[in-house]
Design a protein around this ligand. Structure first.
Ligand code: ZN
Length: 145
């Protein structure tokens, strides 16, 4: 993520952290904007991988496509960030590594947890959160089924 270019001034629009989109990960961010959690997949051996990489770590193939993940996951580990609280953050917030049902892990923000329910192994579900008029980010929230 990269910070917005302009510092926040009184009366200015809030700071929005934007992903660093490039040719290797544009498919992922295009998916997020479309409400899909896309995961890179090796065309040769079908191994899923995240974060994106140009070559498959299993077979070395440079050919890849992507698949749409279910969005269901569980918390692998997490931390609650208390300091420093740089804009746009105004209060402590949890950041987690989640393991998707498809077996791939990713780093994400968590939303909607009561302090006593946040734990390793908690079932979570992706939600696509509009953080600015032109930006949607994936977050994970408790899956209560
Ligand atoms: Zn492969």
């Amino acid at each position: 993520m990269t910070a917005a270019r302009k510092p926040q001034a009184h009366g200015a629009a809030p700071v929005v952290l934007r992903p660093a989109v490039n040719g290797d990960n544009a498919y992922f961010w295009d998916g997020v904007q479309a409400g899909e959690l896309r995961i890179q997949r090796c065309v040769r051996c079908s191994r899923l991988r995240h974060p994106d990489s140009p070559a498959c770590p299993q077979c070395g193939s440079l050919d890849w496509d992507w698949t749409v993940a279910s969005g269901q996951a569980e918390v692998h580990t997490y931390a609650v960030v208390h300091h420093p609280l740089l804009p746009p953050f105004t209060e402590p917030y949890p950041v987690a590594v989640v393991t998707l049902a498809e077996g791939v892990r990713l780093i994400t923000r968590l939303r909607g947890f009561e302090p006593d329910e946040l734990r390793i192994g908690a079932p979570v579900q992706v939600r696509f959160e509009e953080v600015a008029e032109d930006l949607v980010l994936p977050v994970f929230e408790p899956r209560r089924t």
